[in-house]
Design a binder for this molecule. Structure first.
Ligand code: UDX
Length: 452
């Protein structure tokens, strides 16, 4: 029996070093993992950037150490930069300060058992490996997404990507659940840059990672997980849904949520409200925003809509609503700039979720049995949306073109249409599977770390 399996002081002094990327959808799952590791007797240090630093006061049991990056270039910090440019710049800016921070822990005599770094941060993975620290990556996206990333270089060599217009509806070779149009894409970003970024992530995992930790659960993505293990010949731990399993506080937001919307939901009948949010970084153009608004108005349903700074065109203010909209929806629409999302999804009044399909949002919705209207904007959201609608059958597409008439139709179909009850049934079934997920994979992960 591993000494790690026993509680006590002896292994409390062994330390795991975690490094999240400084975005909402990445910080939350990493801190949830931190809580789970700590609860099993490990000491945890979270290295983090000064930019978007996590709130250490919410996690007194963890040690937080800033990596002292010199100030990030504008590509990292400004809203509206495309995500590939942002991630390449982040990797470049984090490598040396991360290495220095980790080296300093080692010099200080810390017994670092391993590092778990964000799956998109190939530079930190490489740095840990070079310092002789066994390193794993935490994928904050789905197993299907990661599997598609591993396949990307192959697809490019075979001439399948960049995808040609006429092939968009073809199934992807070896990833038959996806069509070409569902592959990771970032509109406006150069395809070579995207392919280059994905290749670096995949190459670094192959060269430097001792394993992969994924925020998903076996019964939702069994075949994708098996495929990853086969392809990498090293373990993949499906430790999710992390937010359900960990004791981490529900609110780890970089923004203060407007809790007033919970009281507003209390005043609504069960399963009557559509929750609308496109996550923390996606943005739409003004035209699409206006169509979303009037589509909601036309649908006639009650809705809670997160209209946050940066949602429209990357402009850092809260975008103004279209003229006349507030009056039109006065009695059935609530707008907030940031919601306590997990509580909203768990609320009895919430019937459905219009989402960009960021992986955290998708998992949170799955765990509450809430059907989705999907509007993927970029990156892994394409893959998630396809799985939501076609693999798990718990959602509908809002459509490529956001137009008020179509929006209203899709909303009505999701909330009250013929298929709505069936979709809710499948969502409920998936919720049951999610709630049956156990922390056994975390135990296996800890056992594995002790063997490294
Ligand atoms: C980004 C990418 O967009 C996503 O595709 C990737 O999988 C992770 O990184 P983000 O856009 O932030 O994520 O979306 P998502 O993964 O859904 O995470 C958003 C988080 O913010 C969720 O945990 C959600 O609960 C929270 N949130 C969002 C709030 O608490 N309140 C809000 O009003 C909106």
């Amino acid at each position: 029996k591993s000494r790690w399996a026993m509680a006590g002081q002896e292994h409390r002094c062994r330390r795991i070093v975690l490094f999240p990327l400084p975005f909402q959808g990445h910080i939350s799952p990493m801190l949830q993992l931190a809580e789970l590791l700590h609860a099993r007797g490990l000491a945890v240090t979270v290295l983090h950037t000064g930019f978007n630093a996590p709130d250490a006061t919410r996690h007194p049991e963890l040690t937080f150490v800033p990596i002292h990056e010199s100030s990030f270039p504008d590509e990292v910090t400004s809203l509206g930069t495309d995500i590939v440019t942002q991630l390449l710049a982040l990797n470049a800016a984090c490598e040396a300060p991360f290495r220095e921070a980790l080296a300093s822990l080692l010099r200080g005599g810390q017994d670092v058992a391993c590092a778990v770094v964000d799956g998109q941060c190939y530079s930190a993975l490489r740095a840990a490996h070079r310092l002789g620290v066994p390193a794993l990556v935490l994928r904050t996206d789905s197993a299907a997404t990661f599997s598609s990333m591993l396949a990307y270089p192959r697809l490019r060599d075979a001439g399948f990507v960049p995808v040609k217009e006429e092939r968009l509806d073809e199934p992807v070779p070896d990833l038959e659940r996806l069509r070409a149009r569902d592959l990771i894409r970032v509109d406006g970003s150069d395809t070579d840059a995207l392919c280059g970024f994905i290749a670096r992530v995949a190459d670094a995992v192959r060269a430097s990672a001792s394993g992969v930790v994924i925020n998903t659960f076996e019964r939702m993505e069994a075949s994708e997980l098996a495929k990853i293990q086969r392809e990498l010949s090293r373990p993949a731990f499906a430790v999710g849904p992390l937010h359900l399993l960990s004791q981490a506080p529900a609110e780890q937001s970089l923004h203060a949520p407007d809790r007033g919307c919970l009281a507003w939901l209390d005043d609504h009948p069960p399963r009557s409200v559509l929750y609308v949010s496109l996550g923390s970084v996606a943005c739409v153009d003004r035209g699409a925003f206006v169509e979303m608004a009037w589509g909601l108005a036309r649908s006639g349903v009650s809705f809670l809509w997160v209209v946050r700074p940066g949602l429209v065109g990357g402009v850092p203010e809260v975008p103004p609503l279209p003229d006349g909209f507030s009056e039109e929806v006065r009695n059935r629409g609530k707008i907030v700039s940031w919601a306590p999302q997990r509580e909203v999804l768990a609320h009895a009044a919430t019937a459905a979720f219009w989402t960009h399909c960021g992986w955290n949002s998708t998992l949170e919705s799955v765990c509450e049995g809430v059907p989705m209207l999907v509007q993927p904007c970029f990156a892994d959201q394409m893959v998630n949306a396809r799985y939501v609608t076609h693999e798990w059958g718990v959602g509908l597409e809002v459509g490529e073109e956001i137009e008020r008439g179509r929006v209203a139709m899709a909303v009505t179909k999701l909330m009250t249409g013929e298929d709505a009850a069936q979709m809710r049934g499948r969502a409920y079934h998936l919720k049951i599977l999610a709630s049956a997920a156990t922390s056994l994979p975390i135990d296996s992960l800890i056992h594995y770390i002790s063997s490294l």
